[in-house]
Design a binder for this molecule. Structure first.
Ligand code: NAD
Ligand code: UDX
Length: 479
């Protein structure tokens, strides 16, 4: 078995594939890496000479792409050719929640993974290490293995062999480059030591050896789901306590600090907010819940389901509170929404709490003005109305047929604030921390409200104005 590695192929040029391979390329100049995708548009965008147009916004990413693109990192739509020459193939495609059929609404849709396995079975040559980078249900490696081996049996002339490894990705968006460059751990699950060592050798070019953890395949797959479930659980825990703080006069920041200084608990991931978003937490929790139900572990499934219930409840209580404070009706009232991405420092809006909250405010008849430093008007339109329509052409058709929308996008905060009744902060972008509240108050209709779901406003500054304020996890101030 020859496990010498020179060529890497990564299938999937998304939020994981692009940044991860950029960091591998930077640290391993001796390797040639191709990132391939079915979407020609995405590949063209990754190859755009104007670096600000690459499809993923991540602090530090553009600089690395500039350094390695065209040297040892390539973005290509020639999937077959890339697989043919690869010694290692990372599968980094999306694994969304299934929308139809058995397990709909909970189970992972593995069609993209299955497609990849079939394509790899068809075009790979010699021995190939196949790495699951995507987050997947436990025992998916078995599916991949079966597809690879059964297709190989047909094609006996050119005998191919495979090693299958699980190497889940733990990066968080907005800090992906730092997370990839300085990971807490690298997890490698598999049955063949030689393949595991080969993958570890790549990471060891920049990661300390004691951070590389080896497990069996199933532990690795389950660890990823469990890590996300634990993180999501912490957010639901702190969000549930934020509501208790608001009623009792306790302050969530003080409680989080007091609790988090206990070494056993730790101080990270204790920031209350509008509920967790992002493409992973909900999907991976649903995946875990489905797995538990499948194995008859109803009580375990219910336990993890409660994490999702609190997350929905947090969004719902914010909407109800706004309506109540704005005299029971927000029909025709102008509301400024600050932030649409699911967290700061990313242009990703998948499962963003903003989507549901804005939709519910629109349903109540509010006139919404939205600002976000990185999310485009087109993306917001797709998220609010047409999750299933991806092309601008289709959107244009919709607007011609159905009339115009009743929300407005603006990059100019003065336009957003002018004559508005309430400001709702949904993402913790730096620019929102610097708002001049005295000046803003003058622009607004009175009584003026700020609803801060991220706890970012400068309380000292705002207390000098006549704003009414609700800050998550803190007492309401009404003038
Ligand atoms: P993404 O949607 O941004 O990218 C996936 C890409 O795969 C898409 O561009 C799609 O066109 C491409 N693709 C799908 N099927 C293909 C095929 N057969 N051949 C070639 N290309 C194909 O998804 P993502 O956010 O990068 O997530 C990828 C995986 O990593 C998921 O399983 C996710 O759960 C996991 N993950 C994501 C994050 C994150 O922060 N986004 C972090 C850790 C793990
Ligand atoms: C998450 C995991 O952190 C990462 O390890 C995994 O690989 C992918 O899923 P991501 O979703 O990109 O990463 O971002 P994360 O920082 O975890 O935030 C997820 C959501 O939780 C965001 O909406 C964020 O605003 C929210 N959050 C996070 C809080 O409300 N409070 C916190 O203290 C932390």
């Amino acid at each position: 078995m020859n496990l010498k590695i020179s060529n890497i192929c990564c299938i999937g040029a998304g939020y994981v594939g692009g940044p991860t391979m950029a960091v591998v390329a930077k640290n391993c100049p001796n390797l040639t890496i191709e990132v391939v995708d079915l979407s020609k548009k995405k590949i063209n965008d990754w190859n755009n000479i104007d670096i600000s147009k690459i499809p993923v916004f991540e602090p530090g990413l553009a600089e690395i792409i500039k350094e390695v693109r065209g040297k040892n990192l390539f973005f290509s739509d020639k999937i077959q050719e890339s697989i043919e020459k690869a010694d290692i193939i990372f599968i980094s495609v999306n694994t969304p929640t299934k929308q139809k059929g058995v397990g709909a609404g909970k189970a992972s849709d593995l069609k993209y993974i299955e497609n990849c396995a079939r394509t790899v079975a068809r075009y790979s040559k010699g021995h190939t290490i196949v790495v699951e980078k995507s987050t997947i249900p436990v025992r998916t490696a078995e599916v991949i293995k079966k597809i690879l081996e059964s297709n190989n049996a047909i094609d006996n002339e050119d005998k191919k062999t495979f090693s299958i490894l699980s190497n889940p990705e733990f990066l968080a968006e907005g800090s992906a480059i730092n997370d990839l460059q300085n990971p807490d751990r690298i997890l490698i699950g598999g049955e063949e030591n030689e393949a595991k060592e080969t993958l570890a050798k790549i990471y060891s070019q920049w990661v300390e050896p004691n951070k590389i953890i080896f497990t069996n395949l199933w532990s690795s797959e389950l660890s990823k789901l469990t890590a996300n479930a634990f993180l999501a659980q912490r957010i639901s825990s702190i969000n549930s306590i934020s509501a208790v703080c608001e009623i009792t006069g306790a302050n969530i920041d003080e409680v989080a600090k007091a609790v988090g200084t206990d070494n056993r608990i730790g101080n990270k991931f204790l920031k209350t907010g509008p509920g967790f978003g992002g493409s992973c937490f909900k999907k991976d929790l649903l995946n875990l819940i489905y797995l538990c139900e499948h194995f008859g572990l109803e009580k375990v499934a219910e336990y993890w389901e409660s994490v999702l219930k609190i997350n929905d409840w947090q969004k719902e209580r914010i909407r109800k509170l706004m309506v109540e404070k704005l005299f029971g009706s927000i029909t025709n009232k102008k509301i400024a929404v600050l932030g649409f991405s699911f967290k700061a420092n990313t242009n990703d809006t998948r499962e963003s709490p903003s989507i549901e909250i804005v939709r519910s405010l629109l349903e109540e008849g509010a006139n919404i003005y939205i600002n976000d430093p990185k999310v485009s008007e087109k993306k917001i339109t797709q998220d609010l109305y047409f999750e299933f329509i991806k092309e601008v052409d289709d959107l244009n058709k919709y607007f011609i047929n159905e009339g115009s929308n009743y929300w407005t996008y603006s990059k100019d905060l003065e336009i957003v604030f002018k004559n508005c009744d309430a400001i709702l902060i949904l993402t913790e972008w730096e620019e929102y921390k610097k708002i001049d509240w005295g000046k803003t108050y003058k622009l607004m209709r009175k009584p003026a409200w700020v609803f801060d779901t991220r706890g970012v406003i400068n309380q000292e500054d705002i207390s000098k104005t006549n704003f009414n304020t609700w800050i998550v996890g803190k007492s309401i101030l009404e003038n």
